[in-house]
Design a protein around this ligand. Structure first.
Ligand code: PNS
Length: 164
């Protein structure tokens, strides 16, 4: 069985992320979802513990025979997480050409720096518009994001949006 690392900020985890986890499970069997600390991404909404809790609640229904998902927090570099957790590959979801540009550069850099390969998975067409950034923005103004996030996430976004 192949083990893949799916890194991200997951602030919050959304249905596009879950689609990638589902595809990765189907293809590889074991997926480690790693919530990374990313200091270059200010303006976050949920703290790390909450993000981990919501990732765990959201991926739990995807587990089954031959489908192993674990959830980890990791500071620092994705390639260090991949080595530490003995992942065979990094997995990333692609929504748009813009994602490809960014991910391609990161994939080449991660391979050059640490010999870790990246596999891209295309996001389900119905979900390509979903982004954590816009979910945070909409939730912050009290808008409805119920079609974009797993049910467990919704109450926490609403709560976060009411905090000063
Ligand atoms: O969900 P995001 O915010 O797009 O995830 C991006 C993430 C966390 C995977 C990215 O910022 C990242 O890789 N951070 C760790 C730092 C790192 O490994 N940098 C080198 C990239 S080539």
């Amino acid at each position: 069985m192949t083990t893949v690392l799916y890194p991200g900020s997951f602030d919050p985890i959304h249905l596009g992320h879950l689609d990638v986890v589902e595809q990765a499970l189907e293809l590889f069997g074991t997926v480690i979802v790693a919530a990374m600390h990313n200091p270059s991404k200010p303006g976050g909404m949920l703290d790390l513990d909450r993000r981990l809790e919501l990732i765990e609640a959201s991926v739990a229904p995807l587990r089954g025979p031959g489908r192993v998902v674990s959830v980890e927090a990791f500071p620092g570099l994705v390639v260090d997480a991949a080595h530490r957790l003995a992942a065979d590959f990094i997995v990333k979801g692609l929504r748009t050409g813009g994602d490809f540009e960014v991910e391609q550069q990161m994939a080449h850099t991660n391979y050059a720096a640490a010999g870790v390969r990246t596999v891209y998975l295309p996001c389900k067409p119905a979900l390509v518009f979903i982004s954590s950034r816009f979910i945070r923005e909409i939730a912050n103004y009290g808008g409805d994001v119920s079609t974009m996030v797993p049910p467990a996430v919704l109450p926490h976004l609403q709560r976060a949006s009411r905090e000063p």
